[in-house]
Design a protein around this ligand. Structure first.
Ligand code: A3P
Length: 324
């Protein structure tokens, strides 16, 4: 059984009370678990995932920190992987009626969360396509030791913070408006690394190093590169998943069809993404689609904030050759 594990709750309270915790932004409580700050609400699911998940070698896992382009990557990977069954040009394509988060469920929100009771992962076609926000070195042993493949996407932390601000304002309007100056407060938490699934530098570096050590096991993508050359990166994604586009498909424009199907402008206008709810928990589907621009942070961060975050990125990421 992959959903809730009955025996987990027995020692869960004890475990939680023994772990370091911090008050995060708003009313969030963060628990330091397996070296990352885990939001307390998903802690039981994260714990079950880490304890019980047995990865198959064929598994394909999409990984990212929130607001880095998860929704887009899910749409692209799903469309490329399942194109034999669901050609991208068909009106009945699953993306027309389902939010990408329904098609590629998260371990910690869905599979091992409450909705996991309704999911039968055993019935998913092989290879299974699943997702997580958990950092690389904190993934279940079976994921790291098996032959399963991981596709990671990250994004300039300046834009990720701004994207999260907007998301939080929609999803938790009360929490967001209760702080004295919520944006500054959240920014400060991020700079100190105390944010859900953070610190962001450890998150990015973990997958970066794993991709250098095992390029066939971890594909490392940047949101910015995906925007600049969506078709080229979609080809890389398909190849990595073991389903490269044939010359005939390229000639028939299949790549362009997928790019268009998964574009922000297309997905945003679909009824399921305009009015649908609860692809994950209580969240409205429309909150996953906003501007999708590179560098929107200039409209929201003060020069002093940008300078502070850039110096953290310089110190933590640049030594490893990572720049945004
Ligand atoms: P902005 O808030 O900067 O617009 P996530 O999917 O990880 O939650 O990230 C959300 C961010 O990705 C949002 O960024 C959102 O607009 C953008 N996004 C969602 N779908 C996209 C798509 N199909 N193409 C490009 N960007 C997309």
């Amino acid at each position: 059984k992959l959903g809730h594990q009955e025996n987990d709750h027995v020692d869960l309270d004890e475990l939680i009370s023994a772990l370091p915790r911090e008050k995060g932004f708003g009313s969030l409580t963060l628990i330091l678990y397996r070296n990352f700050w885990c939001p307390s609400k998903v802690f039981p699911a994260v714990h079950s995932f880490c304890r019980h998940f047995m990865a198959r070698d064929s598994e394909i896992i999409l990984a990212c920190k929130p607001k880095s382009g998860t929704t887009w990557l899910k749409a692209l990977a799903f469309s490329a992987l399942r194109r034999d069954v669901f050609p991208p040009s068909t009106a009945s394509h699953p993306l027309m009626s389902s939010n990408p988060h329904e098609l590629v469920p998260f371990f910690e929100y869905t599979v091992y969360g409450q909705a996991g009771e309704l999911l039968d992962l055993g019935s998913f076609s092989t290879p299974r396509l699943l997702a997580t926000h958990i950092p690389h070195d904190s993934l279940p042993e079976s994921v790291r030791q098996s032959g399963c493949r991981v596709i990671y996407i990250c994004r300039n932390p300046l834009d990720t913070i701004v994207s999260f601000w907007h998301f939080a304002g929609q999803v938790w309007p009360k929490v967001w408006s209760s702080g004295q100056s919520p944006k500054e407060e959240y920014f400060d938490y991020c700079c100190r690394g105390i944010e859900g699934f953070g610190p962001f530098w450890d998150h990015i570096l973990g997958y970066w190093k794993a991709s250098l050590e095992g390029p066939n096991r971890v594909l490392f993508l940047k949101y910015e590169d995906l925007k600049e050359d969506t078709a080229g990166n979609l080809k890389r994604i398909a190849e990595f998943m073991g389903v490269p586009f044939s010359e005939e498909e390229e000639g028939d424009g299949v790549i362009e069809e997928i790019v268009k199907l998964c574009s922000l402008s297309s997905l945003k206008e679909l009824e399921v993404n305009k009015t649908g709810k609860r692809a994950i928990s209580f969240i409205d589907n429309n909150t996953y689609f906003r501007k999708g621009e590179i560098g929107d942070w200039v409209n929201h961060l003060t020069p002093a904030m940008a300078e502070k975050l850039e110096s953290i990125m310089e110190e933590k990421l640049s030594p490893f050759g990572l720049k945004f």
